[in-house]
Design a protein around this ligand. Structure first.
Ligand SMILES: Cc1cc2nc3c(=O)[nH]c(=O)nc-3n(C[C@H](O)[C@H](O)[C@H](O)COP(=O)(O)OP(=O)(O)OC[C@H]3O[C@@H](n4cnc5c(N)ncnc54)[C@H](O)[C@@H]3O)c2cc1C
Length: 308
């Protein structure tokens, strides 16, 4: 039996794991992988203390930091996906994984983050992995010297466009609002590239193709005109959905299924459960914020466990 289970392996989990190790809490980190969402990023330029680090390198540093401090306090349950979490009659927490393993602990920190929101227009499902993709770092090079589109005007959309500009013939970014959510510096980097085109405000309406994607229909918001764009690849970066399905019966969620937490200490609605990072109703989704939330939760978990 553990003092603490941490579910997830992104920055929120890793930061909490480092603190748990230093406080010698008997902790199991149960996760599919260590690194989290930005592990696929070519370059992270706002991780405090590092002017630029690739997502893959940051993931390695996360693991190295945990390995350096874990001692015999922290153990890893890698390649495990938690499918259910429940409270036992003894007020412990029991997690079950997809591979049939069970873990119990006195306290739980949920740091399961978020995944990509899927496009919901005709053709999106049919052409997934046949031109429609949700990961530029994974699939971008397949579209070398081709015309591609990026859907979404947040940081992820513009970062994707910047990655693709290195090898695609042209990149057209389509965004439904006239303003972009992305940082102005990132927007500007993309905007000045000669092979970059931005269409906004516009709404994608259909993905066209036979065996593979050949184009995208979109509606210009100002004119209501439907136009066609000939592209071979469509990279959708339209937001994220929280990975909270396994706790929806147990803790209070907001209307978009994020775990409601007390922002002072990251406590969820049930005594003994904390949540940190992108799986929570935290307003801003960033690596540094997720890590800070993880630390805040751990400090509170430590005091709570000591009082038990
Ligand atoms: C392409 C991209 C680039 C980004 N670039 C930046 C950037 O430059 N700077 C920045 O600050 N932020 C960036 N972000 C945002 C940042 O990555 C997130 O805010 C941050 O990763 C959130 O951390 P987290 O620990 O809450 O969750 P996540 O990073 O989402 O990690 C969740 C972890 O939980 C695991 N998991 C999920 N469900 C389960 C389950 N049921 N059981 C077990 N394990 C589970 C996952 O495998 C993963 O390890 C980027 C995001 C993306 C997608």
């Amino acid at each position: 039996m553990h003092d603490l289970m941490i579910i997830g392996g992104g920055p929120a989990s890793v930061a909490a794991g480092v603190y748990a190790a230093r406080k010698r809490l008997k902790t199991a980190i149960i996760t599919e992988e260590i690194g989290g969402q930005s592990a696929v990023s070519e370059g992270i330029e706002n991780w405090v203390g590092s002017p630029k680090v690739s997502g893959a390198e940051l993931a390695k540093l996360f693991r190295a930091h945990l390995d350096a401090v874990k001692g015999d306090a922290v153990t890893f349950e890698m390649h495990e996906r938690v499918v259910s979490l429940e409270q036992t009659p003894e007020k412990l927490f029991l997690a079950r994984t997809k591979n049939g393993k069970e873990f119990t602990a006195k306290a739980v920190l949920i740091a399961s983050g978020a995944g990509r929101r899927k496009l919901d227009i005709p053709g999106a499902e049919k052409f997934e992995n046949k031109g429609v993709t949700y990961c530029a770092s994974c699939d971008g090079p397949l579209f070398s010297e081709m015309d591609v589109a990026v859907i979404g005007g947040g940081n992820a959309g513009f970062e994707t466009a910047l990655q693709l500009l290195a090898y695609a013939k042209s990149v057209t970014l389509i965004h439904r609002h006239a303003e972009f959510k992305a940082d102005p510096i990132t927007v500007e980097k993309a905007r000045v590239h000669p092979n970059m085109r931005i269409i906004a405000p516009a709404e994608p309406t259909e993905i066209m193709g036979e065996q593979f994607v050949t184009g995208l229909k979109y509606k210009e918001k100002d004119s209501s005109e439907v136009k066609e764009l000939a592209v071979s690849g469509i990279f959708a970066e339209i937001g994220v959905v929280p990975n909270t399905g396994f706790v929806e019966e147990m803790v209070a969620l907001d209307d978009i299924k994020r775990i409601k937490v007390d922002p002072r200490n990251q406590r969820a609605s049930i005594e003994g459960v904390w949540a940190a990072g992108d799986c929570t109703d935290e307003l801003y989704h960033q690596n540094n914020i997720a890590a800070g939330d993880g630390v805040k939760a751990l400090e509170d978990i430590y005091l709570w466990l000591k009082k038990k």
